[in-house]
Design a binder for this molecule. Structure first.
Ligand SMILES: *Cc1c(COP(=O)(O)O)cnc(C)c1O
Length: 395
């Protein structure tokens, strides 16, 4: 039990992790776990990667924080690297994913206000997760996240995920839409992968309607999908706004909202800001992450590991009752069952493996991009055995 000195918003936590190295973490009894969750898609380089550790040690000995009243060289370097690698024009740095999305939402609102709209609307999707601040929980497509927090801000229209026709219908009904905010793959929503042409059709619709295409890549970016950003799977496609966070700092809190074209010119001096956002420590960590993704070829590795893991899971679980679907994009992997399966988390832990269940019935794997082939095989074997046993008992 966690101390009552903490608010009880995280429920009953029963495992205490005290150390990590590479793809493993250790609990307070010295027991080792293979980490197939990476702190929810954060530690993509594994735990305590020496390049990140060295970068933050050096920066801690140099300068931790000065505020955005001053130029911050690591912030400029990280911005330039992100802009070059993403095809976007510029960046605003935040401390979390929700704040990166807040910046995106504010960009859309600013555009709407400039267009003279009284209540500009952003199209969002069912099953989406965009964060826990008031605006981002409103954008989130899960009533459980919103319950009890009325009044919620206005300005969002909701459609089913992977349904372009539903947005075309909205376009015909509303004059005041300014943007679509969507995840290229829904992470918390259950590793839901849309049709291959979904993003391209959204891009075309946004071009046609003069809306911003805003992608939430907080979970999918930083190599996890097998590309630096998941939209890079589609040749030539660029969003107007893209947000990321989770994997960018490998555990050091950092978020980023990148913009392009008209969207990149919406914030002027004084319109947005953050005390900590883009501070020297977080940006040094981000730089170390991007450099290591490149030097260790981890993005390509995520793509091939993902294929390997999904193929093995499909082979081992072929014909298994209660398994609805096994799917993945890079190292965003989901096994959907036909019933709630939260107990699989504790059963996996007993086998020395950390996993997660999301959307109630989807076993989710988000392992580090640094897995060995052997560890990848071990995850598949352990998870398949657990699911087979669960299916037998559910019979
Ligand atoms: C985790 C997540 C967020 C929220 O990020 P925080 O850092 O927890 O605020 C937003 N969008 C997506 C897609 C996420 O996976």
């Amino acid at each position: 039990m966690a101390t009552p000195a903490l608010m009880q918003n995280y429920g009953n936590r029963t495992l205490t992790l005290v150390r990590g190295e590479g793809n493993y973490v250790w609990d307070d009894n010295g027991r080792r776990y293979l980490d197939a969750l990476s702190g929810i898609a954060v530690c993509g380089l594994g735990h305590c990667h020496p390049a990140v550790t060295q970068a933050i040690q050096e920066q801690a000995n140099t300068l931790l924080h000065v505020s955005n009243l001053y130029n911050i060289p690591p912030q400029e370097q990280l911005a330039e690297k992100l802009v070059t690698q993403s095809g976007m024009d510029n960046v605003f740095f935040s401390n979390s994913g929700a704040e990166a999305n807040e910046a995106a939402i504010k960009l859309a609102r600013k555009l709407g206000n400039q267009r003279g709209l009284a209540c500009p609307k952003i199209v969002v999707t069912e099953g989406a997760f965009h964060g826990r601040t008031l605006a981002t929980l409103t954008a989130t497509g899960n009533p459980k996240v919103q319950e009890g927090f009325a009044p919620l801000p206005e300005g969002f229209l909701r459609v089913p995920y992977n349904d372009v026709a539903a947005i075309e219908k909205l376009a015909a009904e509303h004059e005041d839409i300014v943007a679509i905010l969507v995840e290229p793959v829904q992470g918390e929503g259950g590793i839901r992968i849309p049709d291959a042409d979904y993003l391209a059709r959204l891009r075309a619709l946004c071009d046609n309607q003069n809306w911003l295409l805003m992608l939430d890549e907080i979970q999918t970016a930083n190599g996890r999908s097998g590309k630096l950003f998941a939209y890079q799977y589609i040749d030539g496609l660029l969003p107007d706004v893209v947000t990321t966070a989770k994997g960018l700092g490998n555990g050091v809190p950092i978020g980023a909202c990148l913009a392009r074209g008209e969207a990149a010119a919406l914030f002027s001096a004084g319109t947005h800001g953050s005390t900590f956002g883009g501070n020297p420590l977080a940006c040094r960590a981000g730089l170390a992450v991007l450099e290591t993704l490149e030097s260790e070829w981890l993005i390509e590795r995520a793509a091939s590991l993902g294929t390997q893991l999904v193929d093995q899971l499909k082979a081992e679980l072929a014909g298994c009752a209660h398994v609805v679907d096994i799917r993945g994009l890079g190292l965003l992997i989901g096994i959907e069952l036909d019933r709630p399966c939260a107990e699989l988390v504790d059963l996996a832990r007993e086998q020395g493996l950390l996993i997660n269940v999301t959307a109630g019935n989807v076993l989710r794997l988000l392992p580090p991009l640094t897995l060995s082939d052997e560890e990848c095989g071990q995850i598949a074997t352990t998870v398949a055995a657990l699911v087979r046993e669960f299916a037998q008992q559910a019979a």
